[in-house]
Structure formats: structure tokens, C-alpha cells
Design a protein around this ligand. Structure first.
Ligand SMILES: [Zn+2]
Length: 285
């Protein structure tokens, strides 16, 4: 088993064990497992919608055109009840990452940064050398408020308190709260380290001046909402899907298609432009 899969499954199993072990006596282990599971799935799913679907393809690359109210709704829900990630800083870091991928100016990682260095950088990225996040939506009041550090602290403290009061046991809530954040750090490592180091994954486009690779197994693809097809994505960053072949399982794209069906999103002109050498016969969107 690949090291990133081993790490991912180990974290999930440890989370399950912690949910059972720390389950409060008045609820019992099965109820503890159910609550822990719902919290895990909720945080993962909303973070995927927020980061991979809305911030990444909707705002940073403008491949998808979402309803404005929906982008704001997902942003608020994720950052209050789920895992906080400042939207403006993220979009700026991501654009700088594409502009300078694996070179000086990439806030996520330089070519020579190893596993533990990148692990640290996931939490404390390199200083951004430029401001590439001046979009109108990012200047809206909702986004500016959510970006503020006071909002981050108050919102996260509020949802933690709410979770604690609902369950009625501090140790259990703390274990789940920390557990999902360890999982999130693993997801971050899949994107910033394992798919940006040539030793892992596979490469479809060999002539690019970066270390972006594709990882296509079920767990990393599902966990990252497909943001682990980095070699595909860095080669054609404006395309609205990250899988470039029918054989590549693409969970993120499935969620986008459901949102399209619900009338929440449509393709932008650049997002639906299919490059000539793409192995896909049709975009299927
Ligand atoms: Zn990108």
C-alpha cells in the first residue's frame, strides 16, 4: 500500500477508535461512532465544496460560474461549522502557487522541500510575494468579514462550544475536533506534498516545469474532491475538470455535476474549452 493511503486509512481508523473510546457513557459507543461519523462527513464534504469546488474552480481559476449567494453560503457554513480556511488568503496563495509552482514565490512548497518541511508549510506557508486576489467577490463584505482573524476565532470557538453543549462531553468533542483536523492536514499533504513530488503518483504531461503529479486512488480522490490530479490540473489549469481520461475516477466532478443539475453552477467560457490533446472525447458537463 502506498504511504499516503496508509497514512489516510490509519487516520480514519484512529478517528473511529477515538469516537468509540471517548464516547460519553450516557450515549454509548455506537452513538459516539454515529456522532463522530456525521461530524467527520459533514466537515469533509463542506470543506470539499468550499475549497475544491467553489474557491478553487469557481474563484481562483474562474472555470465555473456559481450563484453568488451559494458561494457566500458555502463560505460561511464551512468557516463557522467546519474547518476554517481564510478565503482571500487561500485564493491568493493558490494563484501564486500556479504562477511559481515549486519555484521561489510558491507559498506552498519549493522543489527541494521534503515531507516534514511541507508538513510545516501546510500550517505556516511561505510569505506571499504578491497580491493576486483582488476579485470583486473577494472584496464583498461576506468574504472580508470571514477573512478577518477575529471572525476565525469567534466562529470556530462558537461551533466548538455548540458541539460540546449538544453532546455534553468535553473529552469526546475535543477528540473529534482534533481528529478531523489531523485528517484535514493529511488532505493538505496529499495536495501539497504527495502530488507535488515526482516520487509519487503518475505523470500524463511530461514537459511541464514543475513537480505536479496525478494520484488517482479512491481515498485521495474522494478526500480531496479530485484535487490530486495535479499534473493534469497544472497543465490545463483553467479546465473545469481535473480528470483528463474516462478511466480516472473523479469524485469532485460528480459533485459539480449535481450542483449544475440543481442550477447552482454553470461553466465559464474558459472552463469548458476542451484542449485538442485531451484524451477525453467530450467534457461531459
Ligand atoms: Zn489550481
Amino acid at each position: 500500500m502506498k504511504i499516503y493511503n496508509l497514512a489516510g486509512y490509519s487516520i480514519i481508523l484512529s478517528y473511529i477508535a477515538a469516537a468509540v473510546y471517548f464516547a460519553p457513557a450516557h450515549l454509548g459507543p455506537w452513538m459516539g461512532l454515529l456522532i463522530g461519523g456525521v461530524y467527520f462527513v459533514f466537515c469533509w464534504f463542506v470543506a470539499g465544496l468550499y475549497l475544491a469546488d467553489v474557491l478553487h474552480l469557481g474563484i481562483a481559476h474562474r472555470s465555473l460560474d456559481y450563484k453568488e449567494w451559494f458561494m457566500k453560503f458555502v463560505t460561511v457554513v464551512n468557516n463557522v461549522f467546519g474547518l476554517y480556511v481564510g478565503p482571500i488568503a487561500w485564493v491568493n496563495r493558490h494563484r501564486l502557487h500556479h504562477k511559481n509552482a515549486d519555484h521561489a514565490g510558491d507559498p506552498n512548497k519549493l522543489a527541494d522541500d521534503g515531507c516534514w518541511r511541507t508538513f510545516y508549510l501546510c500550517v505556516m506557508p511561505y510569505q506571499c510575494i504578491d497580491n493576486m486576489a483582488v476579485d470583486e467577490i473577494l472584496r464583498s463584505r461576506t468574504f472580508r468579514v470571514v477573512e478577518h482573524p477575529v471572525f476565525a476565532i469567534v466562529a470556530q470557538a462558537f461551533s466548538f462550544y455548540l458541539f460540546w453543549k449538544l453532546v455534553g462531553n468535553l473529552k469526546f468533542v475535543l477528540a473529534m475536533w482534533i481528529g478531523i483536523r489531523i485528517f484535514a492536514q493529511w488532505v493538505n499533504m496529499v495536495q501539497n506534498y504527495w502530488t507535488h513530488t515526482r516520487t509519487f503518483g503518475y505523470c500524463r504531461y511530461h514537459d511541464d516545469d514543475d513537480n505536479a503529479m496525478n494520484i488517482g486512488e479512491w481515498l485521495p480522490v474522494t478526500a480531496t474532491f479530485s484535487a490530486c490530479f495535479q499534473n493534469n490540473h497544472h497543465h490545463y489549469p483553467r479546465l473545469l475538470r481535473l480528470s483528463h481520461d474516462e478511466s480516472e475516477y473523479d469524485f469532485g466532478f460528480m459533485t459539480v455535476k449535481v450542483m449544475k443539475y440543481l442550477g447552482l453552477v454553470k461553466a465559464t467560457t474558459t472552463g469548458e474549452q476542451v484542449p485538442k490533446d485531451l484524451p477525453l472525447a467530450a467534457l461531459d458537463f
